[in-house]
Design a protein around this ligand. Structure first.
Ligand SMILES: Cc1ncc(COP(=O)(O)O)c(C=O)c1O
Length: 383
């Protein structure tokens, strides 16, 4: 079995992640911050430790600015629904995931509009076109940092600089880049960063969060979830302080314990080593696939700042057919079709059939990639 679907969820996880989760379930198990007993205090320490690690990883300032959610989708919903008001305009790229596009389209009924920043068929949006698109209603720019379709990386530092100069906030969807690329919310002037725990951060599914940058005043962000927080229990009103304002209900403490261990693995390994493994995977796949007749890598020639994620089509075969053959005949797991991002496929010219996507991860070997290339060569040679 060869697993090449790390852009959907990373697998396997580092052994420390499983150990931390089992350790929590066996030795702590309690509800954090709800009761005063020692197990509850230990559970709260697990959560606080993870907040500190995430805050350090993204240079967000104080740990209480890390708000846990169940995935990137709920973090993006919190940022968009909590921040935008009637009449607001949002700028976004042509490479967004449906977690942003479906939310923005839903918000149209509340008088909120969006404008797509011109994005080339290679997948990169041009930051220099942003000033000309900003109107007096524009309050936010939302950018998918790394494409889940073809690995294109947007220049968030350049976009952040323009946003700051024009008094517009920047929300970054780091679902595909957190744990691979160096993200510094202070340096890149990112106001809100949505991350998911189960991809390159090596945590389990059901973890993620929204990180508020140092310049983001949380008074401007309404909560979209209310209820018990374990704090101010005498009050029937939602607390207004961080992070409790946004974190009602019992958290996924066992998942957060695993996420913290995933971040430890990243810090021990080093972002540079992880990033160069991604680039090596990408370059090997791109150069090998481009040599196969009838295979077209998107974009041709590859992306400039690649994650390991690569998309291709085989002339005369639908992506669905190719994906089925890879799974059934070669036990290679990949993803085909739209990848929850029809907008990206319109931008790169592969709508409505989509592409075959290979997304190797840190634990993928060169041997596995060579076998995959051979399988694709065989599949593409059959009529
Ligand atoms: C770019 C991007 N944004 C958002 C998401 C949503 O992440 P989650 O499924 O963890 O909510 C994904 C997941 O594939 C993604 O690739």
């Amino acid at each position: 079995m060869i697993y090449l679907d790390n852009a959907a969820t990373s697998w396997p996880k580092p052994p420390g992640v499983l150990k931390a989760m089992t350790g929590f379930m066996e030795g702590i198990g309690a509800n954090p911050g709800r009761s005063g007993h020692r197990l509850s205090v230990d559970a709260a320490r697990v959560i606080f430790g993870a907040r500190e690690k995430i805050s350090g990883l993204f240079s967000s300032g104080v740990p209480s600015r890390v708000l846990f959610t169940s995935n990137a989708t709920s973090a993006l919903n919190l940022a968009l629904r909590g921040f935008l008001k009637k009449g607001a305009n949002v700028l976004t790229t042509g490479m967004e995931h449906n977690s942003v596009m479906r939310t923005l389209n839903d918000l149209k009924s509340q008088g909120i509009s969006y404008t797509i920043i011109p994005t080339s068929p290679r997948g990169a949006c041009d930051p220099q076109s942003i000033p000309g698109l900003i109107t007096r209603d524009t309050v936010l720019i939302v950018v998918n940092h790394g494409s889940n379709v073809n690995g294109t990386v947007q220049d968030i530092r350049a976009i952040g600089k323009i946003a700051k100069e024009r008094g517009v906030l920047l929300l970054v969807d780091a679902a595909q880049t957190a744990g691979i690329l160096d993200i510094d919310m202070k340096r890149d002037t990112v106001d809100m960063l949505a991350f998911t725990g189960h991809k390159a951060l090596f945590g389990p599914q059901g973890t993620g969060g929204l990180v508020l940058g140092p310049g983001m005043d949380h008074v401007r962000l309404r909560t979209i979830l209310t209820g018990g927080t374990g704090s101010k229990s005498e009050s029937e009103l939602q607390p207004d302080f961080l992070p409790d304002k946004y974190e009602s209900g019992t958290p996924n403490t066992v998942g957060i314990a695993g996420l913290a261990a995933g971040i430890d693995f990243i810090l021990d390994t080093g972002l540079d080593a992880i990033r160069s493994r991604e680039s090596e995977h990408y370059e090997f796949l791109r150069s090998s696939l481009e040599k196969i007749d009838r295979v077209k890598v998107l974009p041709p020639g590859g992306t400039e700042h690649p994650l390991a994620t690569i998309s291709f089509v085989i002339e005369g075969k639908s992506p669905a057919e190719a994906g089925l053959a890879l799974d059934e005949s070669y036990s290679i797991m990949c993803r085909v079709g739209m990848h929850c991002s029809p907008l990206s496929h319109r931008t790169i010219g592969t709508f409505p059939h989509g592409t075959v996507r290979l997304s190797p991860g840190f634990f993928t070997s060169r041997e596995e990639l060579s076998q995959t290339v051979e399988a694709i060569r065989e599949i593409s040679s059959h009529n």
